[in-house]
Each structure stands twice: as structure tokens, then as C-alpha cells.
Design a protein around this ligand. Structure first.
Ligand code: ASP
Ligand code: MG
Length: 404
């Protein structure tokens, strides 16, 4: 929501759904740029403000939005009521700036809906056990929306955003990327964790856990566009067994530019080594993604893993300290200019040869694969960041994902 004009448009769209006979709960995020602006104010005073106070500030953007939207709906003659997270309440743990939802009370909301009201609840925020305001992490209003939909056992959760759906890959990298009509929540989870930033990943986890069909739609379309048209305009995140999925082997190509890898050479190949290397990394709150341990030669092996690039220096320090302390081995080297490219698709379960096609495509482009990891529905490779876009384009073409 960018301006009061945009808010009036949201109100028109919501009123349209309500007129069609739906009970509606709306979960707005802050007006665009607002969360950055208010967090910026705190950071003008101090580089690293207290997280509790930061949440007190960051949560206000949404409070403005819900009030304005209620007023805009009332101006259209609708009954509407707005609530902050603590009024519902949406209870969370106390991890300020990245709180997790613990429970949502549906009583008040259901009573309002039964009276014909449109209910508007702040996204992004909640309240902890002690009554402190918390926020769910940047982009958290997606998670609020899906969680509220699940708590209310809604028919569907519609997420209106600045993109018009989920694409086979980022259209900024591949111009003929195609919009998907449906994607399974498992694929969406892989794509989100692999760097497609359409939705906050936790919202997809909620959708999966609570089996909440969730649709990504554009907020920029004409708000009075006919419902039947609007509903098919985005991408439905659904469940494999519920839909006759488009019969593709591969659904999309995801990528993450900002990876880094670290290798410890010549570690003794004996029980406990992986734990001794990765334990301190986990204790430092650094997320490890891909891991390779080589075949040992003369009782020694090499151990390589990847971390988010932003944690590279910290991981290197932790590793230097722990290797010296426990393992007594090895040279440590690292590379902070690597990227991960993944092909994703539930079709992989029933098709063979996806990996070889992926590797052949990269080989034809002369791209060296540094690490490989797989799950049931994705294959990821780590490559030099220089070749990331080339790899994404080549794979998108090789798996024939382009728009018809
Ligand atoms: N306003 C919050 C943010 O910018 C939440 C959201 O937009 O989803 O992160
Ligand atoms: Mg958002």
C-alpha cells in the first residue's frame, strides 16, 4: 500500500469481495517504504538499537495501515473494524524482530464476521506472554496473513503483492520466465528457501502445515476487475494431490547469489569430526547449507560446507578457533564468491535423468560444479558467482520453461 489512493483501491477490492458474499479478514502490511523509514529513525540514534524498542517502532507502520483501511471501507459504506496484534490477540514468543506465532485467538474476529463486519488486523506484529509488542521479521505480514487464515479455517488466503505471481525463475534474470498457475507448497518452500523472495518463507511453512491454499496475486490490477478474472490471475500454492498439476518435470529454477564456502583440509577421518567442525558454527547461530566430506585417503579427509555470505567472516573465525582447539589439523580455505543454482519440481519424483540433463547443460556452458546437493524435489549446484546468471538462463532453456 503506497499512498491513501492505494488504500482506497484496496478498500474497493475488499468491498468487491464482501459484496460477493464472502466474509473477509484483511491483513495489511505497512505503507511501502514506511517500515524502512521508521527503523531508520532508530538507527539514526544508535547503530544497534534494543530489539524490544525496535519492535515497538517497527510495528507502528501496520497500525497506521489498518486504521486507514478501516476508514476507507467505512467511507464506502462498509462496516469495518481494525485491530492491532495484541488486541486479537496474536501471541508470539519473545524473540524480538523475529518472533514466532504461538497462538491466535479467533473469538473476537469470528464474532465481528458474524455481525457482517470486515475485520482488519495488523500484519507483522504480535504480543508476547508479558504483553510486549513483537514483530515477525521483515516481510512478516505474509506470515501473519496465512497464520490468521489458518486459525480462522478460511477457504483461501489471498496475498496481494507487487508481483503478479510466482514465476519459473526471476524475470529480471530470464526475460521470458513464465508465470505459474499453480505450484505445490513443497516446491514453493524450496523456491523460497532457495532465494525466490515472493513470500516470507515462514508463511509458506504455515500454508503447508495447516494445508491452507494460498494465492499470490498482484495488488496493482484494477480493483474492480471481475472476481472470476482476478482469482485466476495469480499463482495458487496448493497441494500436489489436490490439483492436476501442469505436467512438467521441472517447475522452476531458483538461485541464491550470496553464498560462501569453507573447506578444512586434512582432518582425521574419525567419529565426531563433523560435529566438532559444525557444532561451533551452529552455536554461533550460522546456518549451514551444503556439506561435503570427501572419501578419506590415509585416514585424512577434507570437509567443505556453505554458509550465507554475510556470515562468511564470522564462520571463518569460528572455524579457525575450533579447528585449532579440537582437530589440530588442516588448512582452512574459503571462497565468498559462490552462488547456488537449483532446479525444482515435484515431477522429479517420477522422472529420471533430470540431474544428468542439468549437469550436461552446465558442462555445455563450461561451468564448473563445485558442490551438489539434492532432495526429492530439487537438485542444487554451487558454482562461481560469475556464471550464475548464465547457468540460470541455460537451465531455464534446457528444461523448456519459457513462455509459449
Ligand atoms: N512492514 C513489514 C516489513 O516491511 C512487514 C511486511 O511488509 O510484510 O518488513
Ligand atoms: Mg511484504
Amino acid at each position: 500500500m503506497g499512498s491513501t489512493d492505494r488504500i482506497k483501491n484496496v478498500a474497493k477490492r475488499v468491498a468487491k469481495w464482501h459484496d460477493a458474499g464472502y466474509q473477509i479478514v484483511v491483513v495489511p502490511s505497512a505503507m511501502s517504504g514506511e517500515t524502512n523509514r521508521i527503523i531508520g529513525l532508530a538507527k539514526e540514534i544508535m547503530a544497534d538499537p534494543n530489539p524490544r524498542e525496535l519492535d515497538m517502532i517497527a510495528s507502528t507502520g501496520e497500525q497506521v495501515s489498518v486504521g486507514l483501511l478501516a476508514i476507507a471501507l467505512q467511507a464506502l459504506g462498509k462496516q469495518a473494524v481494525s485491530y492491532a496484534g495484541w488486541q486479537v490477540p496474536i501471541k508470539t514468543d519473545s524473540s524480538y524482530t523475529k518472533a514466532r506465532i504461538a497462538s491466535i485467538d479467533d473469538a473476537k474476529v469470528n464474532a465481528d464476521l458474524a455481525e457482517g463486519k470486515i475485520v482488519i488486523i495488523t500484519g507483522f506484529q504480535g504480543v508476547d506472554e508479558l504483553g510486549n509488542i513483537t514483530t515477525l521479521g521483515r516481510g512478516g505480514s505474509d506470515t501473519s496473513a496465512v497464520a490468521i487464515a489458518a486459525a480462522l479455517k478460511a477457504q483461501e488466503c489471498l496475498i496481494y503483492t507487487d508481483v503478479d505471481g510466482v514465476y519459473t525463475t526471476d524475470p529480471r534474470v530470464v526475460s521470458d520466465a513464465r508465470k505459474l498457475n499453480t505450484v505445490t507448497f513443497e516446491e514453493m518452500l524450496e523456491m523460497a528457501s532457495l532465494g525466490s523472495k515472493v513470500l516470507q518463507i515462514r508463511s509458506v511453512e504455515f500454508a503447508g502445515n495447516y494445508r491452507m491454499p494460498t494465492r499470490v496475486l498482484s495488488s496493482l490490477t484494477d480493483p474492480l476487475m471481475p472476481l472470476a478474472e482476478e482469482i485466476v490471475s495469480g499463482t495458487l500454492i496448493s497441494f500436489e494431490e489436490d490439483t492436476n498439476m501442469e505436467q512438467a518435470t521441472i517447475t522452476g529454477i531458483a538461485f541464491n547469489r550470496d553464498e560462501a564456502k569453507l573447506t578444512v583440509f586434512g582432518v582425521p577421518d574419525k567419529p565426531g569430526i563433523a560435529f566438532q567442525i559444525l557444532g561451533p558454527i551452529a552455536d554461533a547461530n550460522i546456518e549451514v547449507d551444503m556439506i561435503i566430506q570427501n572419501q578419506s585417503v590415509d585416514g585424512k579427509t577434507d570437509f567443505t560446507f556453505t554458509v550465507p555470505r554475510g556470515d562468511y567472516n564470522k564462520a571463518m573465525d569460528v572455524l579457525n578457533a575450533s579447528v585449532k582447539e579440537h582437530i589440530g589439523a588442516g588448512n582452512i580455505i574459503g571462497d565468498s564468491k559462490v552462488s547456488k543454482v537449483s532446479v525444482v519440481g515435484v515431477g522429479m519424483r517420477s522422472h529420471v535423468g533430470i540431474a544428468s540433463q542439468m549437469f550436461r547443460t552446465l558442462s555445455d556452458e563450461g561451468i564448473n560444479i563445485q558442490m551438489i546437493s539434492t532432495s526429492e524435489i530439487k537438485i542444487s549446484v554451487l558454482i562461481d558467482e560469475k556464471y550464475m546468471e548464465l547457468a540460470v538462463r541455460a537451465l531455464h532453456k534446457a528444461f523448456e520453461l519459457e513462455a509459449a
